[in-house]
Design a protein around this ligand. Structure first.
Ligand code: ASP
Length: 324
């Protein structure tokens, strides 16, 4: 009788009707969904941590780009995915701004996810195509105000960090520009390099090498402290936009109700990835700072997400920016 019951359970597990016991996790490939296009900053962070995560889990961790609607399509996909630890979401600050920006968000940014941990903090940079005339922030402000009908600003859609940063820049200089949305700032950077768009705000993960190679112009960084990888670039605050501050943070999430042993394993794995020599070196070269290990935890991510929602909601409401 017992043998028959065990055989029946085993058959159900093998058929996928009930998930295998979390102790066996992971027994198949894990997918990290990136909410923006390949080649951009979020994609870069995901691909960097996926390598040591694969090693630590002894299982392949792959990255899939599900771009669109400022990251909300990917978040919705993961919110509705099976809670088995095989589909994860990497998302940034946009996970905390979407609830205020989208009137009809098809998921709950807090309650539809199990947080795994914070990953890193990344400053942004305000950059322009190489032959854009202004040479510093003061000149930029004068030039943008005088030519506002001709200038466009690229972003990765409503809800992207580039959108938030661009919105704060336009509000700080009280000038509206035409915005051009992309599926991620990877493709937007290609157009900036090609001179098809004029301006963009983007993470240092995507801009540092282009700035160093002088393929684009930079007007400032968005954190109050200068970025170690770009020591000669002033902060926007010191260059004249007082208190201008956006720091992009990334977090890793699983669908709600993913078993605790699975989340614990993923948290340990994330911490292993943040200790990895290559991850540390690439983050440093790209101006990204890994979080302290005690912040690469579910509790710290949950707390930070809630604080960021509380911080950005009134700012976005005041700006009156919405998507349906
Ligand atoms: N940096 C982009 C943003 O604006 C997203 C990306 O392509 O990673 O949020």
């Amino acid at each position: 009788m017992l043998t028959k019951t065990l055989a029946a359970i085993a058959a159900l597990i093998l058929s996928g009707a009930i998930p295998s016991y979390p102790q066996n996790y992971p027994s198949k490939v894990i997918t990290i969904i990136v909410p923006f296009a390949a080649g951009g900053p979020t994609d870069t962070v995901a691909r960097l941590i996926a390598v040591p995560m694969s090693e630590s889990l002894k299982q392949q961790v792959i990255v899939e780009n599900v771009a669109g609607a400022g990251g909300t399509i990917a978040a919705n996909r993961v919110a509705k995915a099976p809670a088995d630890g095989y589909t994860l979401l990497i998302h940034h600050i946009g996970h905390s701004t979407a609830p205020a920006l989208y009137r009809k968000l098809p998921y709950d940014a807090i309650n539809d996810f199990e947080p795994i941990g914070l990953i890193n903090e990344v400053p942004m940079t305000l950059v322009a195509k190489k032959d854009f005339p202004p040479n510093n922030l003061k000149e930029l402000i004068v030039y943008v105000k005088a030519n506002k009908d001709k200038i466009n600003l690229a972003n990765a859609g409503l809800g992207a960090a580039s959108h938030l940063c661009g919105m704060l820049f336009m509000s700080a200089i009280q000038t509206e520009l035409t915005t051009i949305p992309y599926n991620g700032t990877g493709p937007a950077m290609n157009d900036l390099l090609g001179g098809q768009v004029d301006l963009m705000c983007d993470q240092t993960t995507n801009t540092t090498s282009q700035i160093k190679a002088e393929k684009i112009k930079v007007y400032g960084t968005t954190t109050l402290k200068r970025v170690a990888a770009l020591p000669n670039v002033p902060t926007l605050d010191e260059a004249g936009l007082k208190a201008f501050e956006v720091s992009v943070w990334h977090g890793l999430y699983a669908p709600k109700a993913t078993p605790k042993p699975v989340i614990d394993k993923l948290t340990n794995t994330l911490q292993d990835a943040l200790k990895d020599g290559n991850v540390k070196q690439r983050f440093a070269e790209l101006g990204a700072e890994p979080v302290a290990l005690n912040r690469a935890t579910p509790q710290a991510l949950q707390k930070h997400l809630k604080e960021e929602i509380d911080k950005w909601t009134p700012i976005i409401k005041k700006a009156g920016v919405y998507a349906d």
